[in-house]
Write a protein that binds this ligand. Structure first.
Ligand code: ATP
Ligand code: MG
Length: 186
């Protein structure tokens, strides 16, 4: 084993990271950030928008990790998707509660990283307003990292971010009518 060097930035800065695009891997990428942060003993809060109806392994996976990462699924599943029975107003109410929760987490000063999973979709579906997301970005504590995931990221959010990745679909098993698989898809 080589000697391990631990880099320390000369100047610490809280980044705004956007992970968007129509390919698979946005939420898993954000969860990867949480795993990495755990190694640095950093405190992470993950708020998932429009989730809560379909079990995902990360809900328990995070609890099993010996870390300062919390994950809070909110909502009642994907608004507008076939088979989702809840009206838009109910999805909006849930997403509005999630925004308030995100503000509380951010203002508590208790977290080094705040991850808002699927917030881009929530904005696209008008469950939250652009002004609300921009306000979170503006009020972000200088050292806290903010990660925003989901398809169709708004141009103004992309503009405000430091790092933006667009995950493009080259292939997805879904196209071959392969069902979502645990560990990979949820
Ligand atoms: P993951 O949660 O696997 O990282 P994601 O966050 O990039 O995926 P979402 O748009 O949140 O993608 O979709 C969540 C679910 O839909 C996942 O089970 C994922 O495998 C699946 N999915 C992602 N991209 C596609 C696609 N292009 N076509 C069909 N299903 C997809
Ligand atoms: Mg996702």
């Amino acid at each position: 084993m080589p000697e391990i060097t631990r880099l320390v930035p000369k100047e610490k800065k809280g980044l705004i990271v956007v992970i968007t695009g129509n390919g698979k891997g946005k939420t898993t990428s954000a969860l990867g950030i949480a795993v990495r942060a755990c190694g640095h003993d950093m405190r992470v809060s993950i708020i998932q928008f429009m989730k809560g109806d379909l079990y995902a392994g990360e809900w328990d996976g995070i609890k099993k990790m010996d870390c300062k990462v919390e994950l809070i699924p909110t909502g009642k599943g994907f608004c507008g998707i076939q088979g989702n029975p809840y009206p838009h107003e109910e999805h909006r109410k849930n997403a509005q509660d999630a925004i308030q929760l995100a503000c509380q987490k951010m203002e508590s000063g208790r977290f080094d990283i705040l991850i808002l999973d699927e917030i881009n979709n929530a904005l696209k579906l008008r469950l939250v307003d652009l002004e609300q997301v921009l306000e979170i970005i503006q009020r972000k504590p200088p050292l806290m990292h903010l990660v925003l995931t989901g398809r169709d990221a708004h141009p103004e959010i992309i503009e405000s971010a430091d790092t933006v990745s667009e995950i493009n679909e080259i292939k997805h098993a879904y196209r071959k009518e392969i069902e979502p698989q645990p560990g990979i898809d949820y």
